[in-house]
Design a binder for this molecule. Structure first.
Ligand SMILES: [Zn+2]
Ligand SMILES: [Zn+2]
Length: 141
């Protein structure tokens, strides 16, 4: 929990609880997920508090907002450069580290100076693969 200290963010017990839940969390939770989880401990927690805290962390660069899930925005406390793989069935998001050779067309590189990339992969996780086999005997996208 040391990593969120000294970041100049005004601390309240509620914010503390939200940050504790996010710190090192590999699940890429949505605002709703965070709210449901933290409310267990702090029944007085409002969704607005969760949302505001997310915005503060995001604006200071301590939280990444992911748009890979078409249904909900997801949040990632790991701000190191990495890519994501999402299960198209259960929307589980997995981190992928490593550099990939990405070929950007020459003309795009002429007008733009490239500063980074983020690759989104889509797949079916092992659990959902099993589930699909059970349901229809084969895998369909
Ligand atoms: Zn899945
Ligand atoms: Zn991630």
């Amino acid at each position: 929990m040391a990593s969120y200290k000294d970041k100049g963010i005004k601390m309240t017990p509620q914010r503390m609880a939200i940050m504790e839940f996010l710190d090192g969390n590999p699940d890429h939770p949505s605002a709703e997920d965070i709210y449901m989880e933290v409310k267990e401990k702090y029944p007085m927690m409002s969704f607005a508090t969760v949302y505001k805290t997310i915005e503060v962390l995001k604006s200071r660069g301590y939280l990444l907002e992911l748009t890979i899930d078409p249904e909900r925005r997801r949040y990632d406390p790991d701000t190191r450069h990495h890519h994501h793989l999402i299960c198209v069935d259960c929307k589980k998001i997995v981190d992928i580290y490593g550099d990939f050779p990405v070929n950007v067309p020459e003309e795009a590189q002429e007008s733009f100076e490239l500063v980074g990339n983020h690759i989104e992969f889509y797949g079916i996780c092992p659990e959902c693969k099993k589930e699909r086999r059970k349901n229809n005997g084969n895998i369909q996208m």
